[in-house]
Write a protein that binds this ligand. Structure first.
Ligand code: GDP
Length: 425
């Protein structure tokens, strides 16, 4: 198998970082294709914990090459501090980390605009809960053809153009009720970061094409999840990019017919950060317990995640739009102590049963889950290292997931460590 995409099947935070980390063993290249440093992967290697926001987690494997494709928006200052953090832990990026020259730059004015808009929206009660990292405004600029790409930022004469942008955007920030930014200081800061990034900037479309020609295996690492996709998610409570498998092609330059396998990462339950509909959200003890046992706090924002039961409607939809070939079910261990486990098999809205995800977000918000209950296994799975050793009730639960979603379970995860992951034979 040459190319594989790992996508989140829910609202992000499914544990993609860890699954990518495990699958990286078989790949030579790991590629990010969308999002920005609003994402956060937590990867545990031995007892060391790494939180990566932009750099693909493949960097933690000696000899593997990592690429940030052009579908990603790059905050140069954030990226430099991430690279510095890796360097401090003796992870060398030289010659094995590449940044697309076509990737758009996130400037601090994007962040200021993001924050000012969210502030105003929150006063009006219409906040969408962005991470205020400037991701949405940067994609906005890209689409309206007002953005600046990394290839241009690292040119020797870029400072003047960058400065002019800050002057212009300050007017917008002020109009939104925010405070104008210090043009010289912000320009100097971003140009210093550009200097550090210059050696990593490359035409990654050609690079990945040549890698494929040479027979290398490429692994795509999705950030966020299907339900946050700009097209497929619960709009407008979504991210500004395409985390679904199609985004891997448009965001990297590797054509869709060269992507051969899609791994859908899905928790054994569901979580969501920020605003927006979430039919299986559990406001009672069960949801609280999932949050506590699963340590459901965002890697990037520290925000606590909303928790609830597995939603087969969402998972089925993820299979549909991503072409999921196999599931990686994570955090199965979080359900270890539950007596009964619920799965939403369909929704009910206005007295009618619906099987598929509605496009209308207002309708989606009114959907209530129709649950099916299965017995819990009530035993500790965190020490299990092979599928055969899983309790029968856990296997039944996973079988039910397959029946309800139409995709087989290929990988099971019972803890944050690499060793706590195994395949279903
Ligand atoms: P990502 O953005 O999809 O990679 O997800 P996050 O990194 O935000 O969240 C996953 C969190 O769950 C991390 O802290 C992981 O270390 C942890 N994790 C991943 N898989 C498992 C698992 O199977 N069980 C438990 N208990 N934790 C896990």
């Amino acid at each position: 198998m040459a190319t594989q995409v790992v996508i989140g099947a829910q609202w992000g935070d499914e544990g993609k970082g860890k699954i990518v980390d495990v699958l990286t063993e078989q790949a030579q290249w790991v590629v990010r294709y969308q999002g920005g440093n609003n994402a956060g992967h937590t990867v545990k290697v031995g007892d060391e914990k790494f939180v990566l926001h932009l750099v693909p987690s493949g960097i933690l494997h000696a000899g593997k090459k990592s690429v940030i494709g052009h579908g990603v928006v790059v905050d140069p200052i954030g990226l430099v501090s991430e690279l510095k953090g890796l360097q401090e832990r003796d992870i060398d990026c030289t010659g094995r980390f590449f940044l697309s020259d076509r990737a758009h730059v996130v400037f601090s004015y994007h962040k200021a605009i993001d924050a000012a808009r969210e502030e105003a929206a929150s006063k009006a009660g219409s906040s969408i809960g962005t991470t205020r990292r400037g991701i949405g405004p940067t994609y906005g600029d890209k689409v309206t053809r007002k953005g600046l790409r990394l290839g241009e930022l690292v040119r020797a004469d870029a400072a003047e153009r960058v400065k002019a942008r800050f002057v212009e955007r300050n007017e917008i920030i002020k109009a939104l009720g925010g405070e104008a930014l210090d043009v010289d200081a912000h320009t100097a800061e971003v140009m210093a970061a550009a200097e550090v990034l210059r050696p990593f900037v490359a035409d990654t479309v050609v690079l990945l094409h040549e890698a494929r020609q040479a027979g290398d295996k490429i692994l795509f690492e999705g950030a966020q999840g299907t339900m946050l996709d700009i097209d497929y998610g619960s709009y407008p409570f979504v991210t500004s990019s395409s985390p679904t498998s199609g985004g891997a092609a448009t965001g990297s330059g590797v054509p869709p017919n060269r992507i051969e396998n899609v791994v859908g990462v899905c928790k054994a339950y569901t979580t969501r950060v920020g605003e927006g509909p979430f039919p299986t959200e559990d406001f009672n003890e069960d949801g609280q317990r999932m949050g506590e046992i699963g340590h459901e706090f965002g890697a990037t924002t520290g925000r606590s995640r909303r928790c609830g039961w597995f939603d087969a409607v969402v998972a089925r939809y993820a299979v549909m739009v991503n072409g999921v070939d196999q599931w990686a079910i994570t955090k199965l261990d979080v359900l270890d102590t539950f007596e009964t486990i619920k799965l939403a098999v369909a929704y009910e809205v206005d007295g009618e049963r619906i099987e598929n995800m509605p496009a209308d977000t207002e309708l989606f918000a009114r959907c209530t889950p129709i649950y099916e209950e299965v017995p819990g296994w009530q035993s500790d799975t965190t020490g299990i290292t092979s599928f055969e050793d899983l309790p029968a009730a856990a296997v039944s639960f996973l079988d039910r997931v397959t029946e309800l979603t139409g995709a087989k379970v290929g990988i099971v995860s019972v803890g944050p460590r690499r060793a706590q992951t195994f395949n279903r034979p």
